[in-house]
Ligand binder design. Structure first.
Ligand code: BGC
Length: 451
């Protein structure tokens, strides 16, 4: 057997990513708590991973013991500012203790300031469509950054603005459950303004800060490459979903089929590019999908699918995504990547194959500085509730008992070695060996137009 190693650069960040509402439990004052109470989710967050009651400590011990050196987490706005004129200093202290706890454990904290949940008062006030939303957000951001700056210098302003707008305002799976593409565009513009306001606010409070946002990018191809409607649907979907927001951050102009908005304050507001990558899409035109811009997303026949069929294992899509992200000329952090897989039958090869794609990108001089696996412990997966299990560790929600999946050991070996080796792949996912350590011609594989 060949013995080979893919080494990562010195100082590479290895971590996992989490989000407040998905792990904390006992959140009652935000839009998701309300959405769950209305019965729109498969189960409710409940105690989640019980982090609010203190279990973040034992889970972060697991991260450190697992060789990680960074952790991405989010703060819950509705706890810190329960009403427009009230700050909860106790809640801020909680997050300070968490950030300090990370530093003490050798985990560099990367803090997300908004991850899908809004305080109820903010939503009642018009959410991100309200003209003063960016100022409100910036006020909150100033408060958090002032409180945590001793321990935190890397910030993600907003997680996946495109998913937030598309699922909340176009497809209706997220609160407020609307199907109105026009409003989805307005929300995206509101989020852009809020990101820009937050970027400037953070740099005022902490000039040395590094600030970005986490973008859910999806490579897309037309199902029938010569079919004009599939090509059109793909192009419209691609531009609307992937391009509008990141382009506006560069140019200060947001373009969509519904018009053009000038946002000079957004120009140049990123110090790193945060990439969330899960899978790639094949797009087919469908008259029935009006709220999705006539696009039907399908997986190619024969795809290596996650148990629920949501994620196709498409590591070449990560390479493409990194190449795409490199056009913005900033260091790149893979802020999320992972797969739902309760039995852990797919996760190990998904991990090995995606890390190989990451290594390839680095060797093509794409500046990838870190990788945050989604996620550490099974958590509350939004509208899918507890049906999907993304954790390196499994969670029994009744007993709060954690059990280690084999992937946790695999990831720990990778993090400790700062490398993925053929020997590890042979032990953890031999079925992927030929793909991860191919004997053939590397450049030919990379250039294959499969995405
Ligand atoms: C979100 C996470 C979510 C993950 C898996 C991402 O879109 O940022 O919050 O849990 O996907 O569903």
């Amino acid at each position: 057997m060949i013995a080979a190693e893919y080494h990562f650069p010195r100082g590479f960040l290895w971590g996992t990513a989490t989000a407040a509402h998905q792990v904390e439990g006992q959140n009652t004052n935000n839009t998701w708590a309300e959405w769950e109470a209305l019965g729109h989710t498969r189960g409710r967050a409940g105690r989640a991973c019980d982090w609010w009651a203190g279990r973040w400590k034992e889970d972060l011990d697991r991260a450190t013991e697992g060789g990680q050196n960074a952790h991405r987490f989010s703060v819950e706005w509705s706890r810190i500012q329960p009403t427009p004129d009230q700050w909860d200093e106790e809640a801020l202290d909680h997050y300070r203790r968490m950030a300090r706890g990370m530093v003490e454990r050798g985990l560099m904290p990367l803090v997300t300031l908004h991850h899908f949940t809004d305080p109820l008062w903010f939503a009642e006030h018009g959410g991100w469509e309200a003209t003063d939303a960016p100022q409100r957000f910036a006020r909150f951001v100033r408060k958090v950054v002032s409180a945590l700056r001793e321990y935190v210098s890397h910030w993600v302003t907003i997680n996946e603005p495109n998913i937030y707008a598309a699922l909340g305002y176009a497809s209706g799976e997220f609160p407020p459950g609307l199907q109105d593409p026009r409003r989805a565009q307005r929300v995206l513009v509101g989020l852009l303004r809020a990101h820009a306001a937050a970027y400037h606010a953070i740099h005022e409070v902490q000039p040395e800060a590094r600030v970005g946002y986490a973008w859910h990018y999806r490579p897309m191809q037309a199902a029938r490459p010569r079919h004009p409607l599939d090509r059109l649907a793909r192009r419209v979907q691609y531009n609307a979903f992937n391009m509008g927001f990141p382009t506006a951050i560069v140019t200060g102009v947001f373009r969509s089929p519904l018009g053009r908005v000038r946002l000079p304050e957004a120009r140049g507001t990123q110090d790193f590019f945060g990439l969330n990558y899960y899978s790639a899409d094949v797009i087919r035109f469908s008259w029935r999908r009006r709220h999705h811009l006539f696009a039907q997303r399908v997986h190619p026949p024969g795809s290596d699918l996650s148990p629920g069929g949501m994620i196709a294992n498409r590591p070449e899509g990560l390479f493409r995504s990194l190449k795409w992200a490199s056009q913005f000329g900033k260091p790149i952090l893979i802020t999320e990547n992972g797969v739902e897989d309760e039995a852990d039958g797919l996760r190990r090869r998904y991990l090995a194959q995606h890390l190989r794609a990451t290594w390839q990108a680095i060797n093509f001089n794409i500046p990838v500085k870190g990788y945050f696996h989604w996620t550490l412990v099974d958590n509350f997966e939004w509208e899918r509730g507890w049906e999907q299990r993304f954790g390196l560790w499994a969670l029994d929600t009744t007993s709060q008992k954690r059990s280690k999946r084999p992937s946790a050991d695999f990831y720990a070996e990778i993090c400790r070695a700062n490398a993925l080796t053929s020997e590890m792949v042979e032990r953890y996912c031999p079925e992927a060996f030929a793909d991860v350590f191919p004997a053939g011609d590397l450049p030919a594989r990379i250039d294959s137009p499969s995405v």
